[in-house]
Design a protein around this ligand. Structure first.
Ligand SMILES: Nc1ncnc2c1ncn2[C@@H]1O[C@H](COP(=O)(O)OP(=O)(O)OP(=O)(O)O)[C@@H](O)[C@H]1O
Length: 294
């Protein structure tokens, strides 16, 4: 009855608090994520296709790459916010940090058992679970392969369609290469928005392949092509940093006066040293700079 009056893209699936509002996600990404046309487009397209498919053939697996402070964690949190009623507080959203959860290399075998059991248990409770693996470049190589069976199309978890799960992998791997491509575009006076996935995909993959310290080193996740989409995060320009400063000030109820905005934006370190094209820390230090200046 009233369901028919719901907008087309609003899905109240009542599965584990899974309450998707794709329009709101699209709007939030467009309004609040600065300078990341590619990651935004790819994320929205892949999530939309996945959610609208009632019977996906495998879970959605996304790998987010880029320099520090460019918005990888921020974008993940927006996704979580618009997929789950309780956002990151939902008990069906799980965050893993190597430093926090898997600190000791000598416990690797136990971590593998724990991780596999943890994922399987949570998928049995809720097929719509979302798992975020942070700092993949700090994860002990070999550990993540414990979850390979859940990422493909052949695993069966009794009573649960595990293929509806979403996995996000976040890392800085490939950040240098992404920065290089973005800098080349800038030097050639090409439009940043013309940077497409094909300019970056193979360099990011190579950066991951060639790093023996990365969690994906010689991983079956790579060899079996289980990652659906790579999301590259570009280095941020001073104008993007300015937008971050402005947004943060508004959020804090502060008046974003022109002079203050300029001073805070100019106080950030940019690279290359001479041209000052991109922020060395993205928008990561914006909050502390505002505290310092205000
Ligand atoms: N592209 C962006 N658009 C808007 N805000 C951003 C963007 N990038 C970063 N920010 C702001 O900076 C903060 C830090 O960014 P975030 O934690 O997402 O960086 P990250 O890419 O995950 O970095 P790291 O690799 O160091 O974890 C965010 O909470 C957000 O407020």
């Amino acid at each position: 009855w009233e369901l028919f009056s719901l907008p087309f893209t609003l899905y109240n699936l009542y599965e584990c608090g899974f309450t998707v509002d794709l329009d709101a996600l699209d709007c939030d990404l467009a309004r609040n994520v600065f300078g990341q046309h590619l990651a935004r487009e790819l994320l929205f397209k892949s999530v939309k296709e996945f959610i609208e498919n009632d019977n996906p053939s495998k879970p959605l697996v996304l790998s987010l790459h880029g320099w520090s402070g460019t918005g990888k964690t921020f974008v993940s949190s927006l996704l979580v916010k618009h997929l789950f009623k309780e956002g990151s507080q939902s008990r069906f959203v799980h965050f893993f940090s190597p430093v926090l959860h898997f600190p000791r290399v000598q416990n690797l075998e136990q971590y593998k058992v724990d991780l596999k059991g943890w994922i399987q248990g949570n998928l049995t409770t809720c097929s719509r679970s979302l798992f975020v693996f942070e700092e993949m470049d700090k994860m002990h190589p070999g550990l993540i392969d414990a979850i390979v069976p859940f990422l493909g199309s052949s695993w069966v978890v009794y009573g649960s369609n595990y293929r509806k799960a979403i996995f996000l992998f976040i890392s800085n791997a490939g950040g240098d290469d992404i920065n290089e491509v973005a800098l080349d575009f800038w030097k050639q006076r090409k439009d940043r928005e013309d940077i497409r996935l094909h300019h970056l995909e193979s360099t990011i993959s190579k950066a991951v392949f060639s790093n023996p310290k990365h969690g994906f080193w010689q991983s079956q996740i790579i060899n079996q092509h289980l990652i659906d989409v790579i999301l590259p995060f570009l280095p941020l320009r001073p104008s993007h940093v300015r937008q971050c400063v402005q947004a943060e000030m508004v959020q804090q109820g502060l008046e974003p006066e022109e002079e203050l905005l300029n001073n805070i934006t100019d106080s950030i370190v940019y690279f290359p040293e001479d041209e000052k094209v991109f922020s060395s820390t993205g928008c990561k230090t914006v909050v502390s700079r505002i505290n310092y200046f205000v």
